[in-house]
Design a protein around this ligand. Structure first.
Ligand SMILES: [Zn+2]
Ligand SMILES: [Zn+2]
Length: 385
């Protein structure tokens, strides 16, 4: 914080950041002020920076991003000020000044059809998202984590970070919580022949940070053979350290070769489960191609509208008896379990190596570009460096 205010990297429009200073907010009843420690760069942040600014198109017209915004929704910090008591976190633990917390990125309205029927936040018709669709135009401005302080409004959820979990690992919690898509798939397997079952073959297309968490989660939940596909050799090597049995470099193979490889590993059938995290529409078609009959595609990569891809309804859907599970985000109840399991698995997985690059606020553009580079995993913003 400078003498006058709070510094925050502000995305004024796609492709243009400004380091802006905002007034130190007065904390209103029911609100929190969180002093940021670390904030991750997510695939959605990259897409917004690149100009893919249409989101939540599922119910009709997509919602545009209300520039200027302060990005950052994978947020770890400590409570600097609070204006309500008693105050508890999502799991009912008491909150006090100095507690290290993760701030859930989304605020559901609680009143729409989907909220009232227990759908996750990304179905809420009035969802507000830190770092994404709360404009920095409106006071108190600090609605994203690429800032020295984050302002937390009523209706948000906050989860305390276990002491044994370093902040550089806790920053993975939001994407780890998105892998709740595989928990859902596990529930579907209560029906005969449905994936995702014990020992199922799982292909993960795109092992950036989100895909990497799916690799880990698939192993935790009892996957058999796991195959990771990516353009980056660096990321594929890391995927092996996180439990992938086989890797295929998509820049050195074509879709036919990848299909042949997966079929060879599955006695000619194809994968039981494909998780699409590449975030490009064409990967969805390839995912469908890689499935066995009646297999399950988990689609988690195209949160922003990245365009369209053609499929054959006969070959890809009907004749294949395929299942598709769209996953638009995470669920608040997945945060605590994700943090505790990551703490538990730190001795098995190199989770401390997940954050490969840290950047100061003034270097935000370089940070976003690095997060798109083949030699990076999770890139984070450290607002106090
Ligand atoms: Zn995200
Ligand atoms: Zn709602």
């Amino acid at each position: 914080m400078s003498a006058n205010g709070v510094l925050a990297a502000t995305l004024v429009e796609p492709g243009r950041y400004e380091l802006r200073e905002y007034p130190i907010p007065e904390v209103q009843p029911g609100c929190l002020l969180v002093k940021m420690q670390v904030s991750g760069i997510c695939g959605t942040d990259k897409h917004t920076y690149q100009g893919y600014t249409a989101q939540y198109g599922g119910a009709g017209e997509p919602k545009p991003v209300p520039f200027p915004i302060i990005q950052g929704h994978e947020n770890i910090g400590t409570i600097a000020a609070m204006e309500s008591s008693p105050c508890t976190d999502f799991e009912g633990l008491p909150l006090s000044i100095g507690n290290r917390v993760i701030v859930g990125p989304n605020i559901s309205c609680g009143n729409c059809y989907y909220c009232r029927h227990d759908f996750p936040y990304y179905c809420c018709q009035n969802t507000r998202d830190y770092g994404n669709n709360l404009s920095a135009k409106n006071p108190p401005h600090l609605f994203g984590g690429w800032s020295q302080y984050l302002y937390v409004v009523p209706g948000s959820f906050v989860v305390r970070v276990p002491d044994e979990l370093p902040s550089d690992v806790a920053v993975l919690t939001e994407i780890m919580a998105v892998t709740v898509g595989l928990d859902r798939a596990k529930q579907i397997s209560a029906f005969p022949n449905e994936s995702f079952r014990f020992d199922d073959t799982v292909v993960v297309l795109g092992v950036g940070p989100l895909g990497m968490c799916f690799v880990m989660k698939a192993r935790m939940l009892g996957a058999g053979t796991i195959i990771a596909v990516d353009l980056s050799e660096f990321r594929l090597e890391f995927a092996k350290r996180l439990g992938a049995d086989h890797t295929m470099n998509a820049s050195k193979s074509n879709p036919e070769e990848r299909l042949a490889f997966v079929r060879e590993l599955t006695q000619g059938r194809g994968a039981d489960v494909v998780v699409e995290c590449a975030g490009v529409p064409v990967a969805v078609r390839e995912g469908l191609d890689l499935l066995r009959l009646g297999g399950l595609l988990v689609e988690a990569g195209n949160f922003s509208d990245m365009g369209e891809v053609s499929i054959s309804p006969h070959r890809h859907l009907c004749a294949k008896n395929v299942r598709i599970l769209g996953v638009g985000g995470e669920e608040p109840a997945a945060y605590g379990p994700s943090m505790r399991q990551m703490a538990r698995y730190m001795k098995h997985y190199p989770l401390r190596d997940f954050v490969t690059h840290r950047f100061a606020l003034r270097d935000v553009e370089a940070a976003v570009k690095k997060s798109m580079a083949a030699d990076s995993m999770k890139v984070v913003i450290d607002p106090w460096s």
